[in-house]
Design a protein around this ligand. Structure first.
Ligand code: NAD
Length: 502
């Protein structure tokens, strides 16, 4: 098979601190593999506590002394729009690099690059339009909210759609006037290295954006524990989120946590079956199944269960798996051999827990690279591990149900609560069911189409706090209440009566 290697790959990925690229103080580096050849193609600086210290110091200086937090929202928005323009202008190069580094199909990586630009444009608009509350007490007081950026924001991101997910944090943090230290995922540091050039050209002052590469347990941990970083925005696994939550407690840091998922798609017998099959296939197999909101459990009402299984499996078996750089590819290579091994273990486990309908191992003809054939298991009981645990790959569990109550209990019977997808033509049921699902986000008769104004986040083990729209700006800012007296002060006059008099 051909393997496209982008031209002009960097030799080493360094940190970016105070407007300059820098290696680690210790000189340590780590190898980064591409997921098709699984050979190292670049080394990245392995950040330690001392590198995080330097990055936080630069961000702190830019926050306390630099212009960024004090600029008018319109001035910051102009810079954010220039960033969006630059991302759009190089979307194909970005997609090429992202595909090479992550194994995501190139067409989907291109869509993610465009979404990254849109995130900047959206928060540029929002920060200019932002208004804050004023509370009137007629004739006596006016009380208003003064909004201030929190300070140095620590941003920690995962390896699935890395560039887009970084933008989802960078855009609102910068729009709010914070300065930032980004710690991207160690599996996929390539596209993050482009931010420095994009930001500098757009006119972001030095020190506002800082990047430290490295491992979670070292660079990530140091960022979480740093006393000058008052808030952490984290996206990643639930277990990592729990560790970070504990570590944030010492300093009572603000936290936003977007964690794992095992989202259900519930298909009732009255659904538009063609649309439901198209959408549920895309919902679980797009982005290689490495998608937090993947609809990885499909619950199907008994009268259409057999037909759904047969049609879904036939389509899954027909999905084009291959070279991520090929525009015809629908499922590419999983990010890393360790993750590939994990997904393959679940595939083997699934053969003992459900009935294999499609896939079940490596696709024919792809003997190397982190490929997994889109895999469909039917008749999966809710006690199965492949029903309960996040696999984060192209693997789906199908389960039948007989009643709405059973569907609800199956949908809610896992520790996660990120997204849910509901397929029915019964309007009343659509809404009552949607409202009773334990999920932060529900899509009715639709796959995951984002509206950036709506709350994004999960409940239960899927997260803490919701970002999206003004909620994101709320997270990166402190609301200070300022109370102003409009007339004579009516204070009880302590000490006004001379002692001894009554
Ligand atoms: P991960 O938790 O292994 O790593 C995420 C980031 O945390 C990486 O940058 C890593 O280096 C860092 N990290 C690891 N240990 C750390 C520690 N002790 N202290 C500080 N930082 C640490 O997650 P991953 O495997 O990169 O990503 C996949 C996971 O992300 C899946 O569970 C997926 O569902 C989740 N995810 C959630 C959303 C969402 O919005 N809810 C979006 C995308 C991905």
């Amino acid at each position: 098979m051909t393997h496209h290697v982008p031209e002009g790959l960097p030799g080493e990925l360094e940190h970016y601190i105070g407007g300059e690229f820098a290696g680690s103080v210790s000189g340590r580096t780590f190898d980064v593999l591409d997921p098709v050849s699984n050979t190292p193609y670049v080394t990245a600086a392995a950040g330690q506590a001392e590198d995080v210290d330097r990055a936080v110091a630069a961000a702190r200086t830019a926050f306390t002394e630099g212009p960024w937090p004090r600029m008018l929202p319109r001035a910051r928005a102009r810079v954010l729009n220039k960033i969006a323009d630059a991302v759009e202008a190089q979307d194909e190069r970005l997609a090429e690099l992202e595909t090479f580094d992550t194994g995501l199909p190139i067409t989907q990586a291109l869509g993610q690059a465009q979404r990254a630009a849109e995130n900047f444009r959206f928060f540029a608009d929002l920060v200019v339009a932002q208004a804050d509350d004023t509370y009137q007490v007629p004739g006596r007081q006016v009380n208003y909210v003064h909004r201030k950026p929190v300070g140095v924001a620590g941003l920690i991101t995962p390896w699935n759609t890395p560039f887009m997910l970084e933008s989802w944090k960078l855009a609102p943090a910068l729009a709010s006037g914070c300065t930032v230290v980004l710690k991207p995922a160690e599996f996929t540091p390539l596209s993050a290295s482009l931010w420095a050039g994009i930001f500098a050209e757009a006119g972001l002052p030095p020190g506002v954006f800082n990047l430290v590469n490295g491992f979670g347990e070292e660079a990530g941990d140091a960022l979480v524990k740093h006393p000058d970083v008052p808030l952490i925005s984290f996206t990643g696994e639930t277990t990592t989120g729990q560790t970070i939550y504990r570590n944030c407690a010492t300093h009572l840091k603000g936290m936003s946590m977007e964690l794992g998922g095992k989202s259900p798609a519930i298909v009732f017998a009255d659904a538009d079956l063609d649309a439901a099959i198209d959408s549920t296939l895309f919902g679980v197999f797009s982005l290689n199944g490495e998608r937090c909101t993947a609809g990885s459990r499909i619950l199907v009402e008994r009268p259409i269960y057999d037909e759904f299984c047969a049609r879904f499996a036939a389509r899954a078996a027909n999905i084009v798996v291959g070279d991520p750089h090929d525009p015809a590819t629908e499922v590419g290579a999983l990010v890393h051999p360790e993750h590939h091994d994990k997904v393959m273990r679940y595939v083997e486990l699934g053969k003992t827990e459900g009935r294999l309908l499609a896939g079940g191992g490596r696709p024919a003809g792809l003997d190397s690279g982190n490929y997994v054939a889109p895999t469909v298991f039917a008749d999966v009981p809710p006690t199965a591990r492949i029903f309960q645990e996040e696999i984060f790959g192209p693997v789906v569990a199908l389960t039948p149900f007989d009643t709405e109550a059973e569907a609800r209990s199956l949908a809610n019977g896992v520790k996660y609560g990120l997204a849910a997808y509901l397929w029915t033509s019964d309007l009343q049921r659509a809404h009552t069911f949607a409202q009773s699902v334990e999920a932060g986000m529900v899509w009715l008769n639709s796959h995951n189409v984002r509206d950036l104004r709506t709350p994004f986040g999960g409940v239960k083990a899927s997260g803490l706090g919701h970002e999206g729209g003004y909620r994101s700006l709320g997270f990166y800012t402190d609301e200070q209440a300022i109370h102003v007296s409009l007339g004579p002060v009516h204070a009880t006059r302590f000490g006004s009566v001379r002692k001894g008099q009554s």
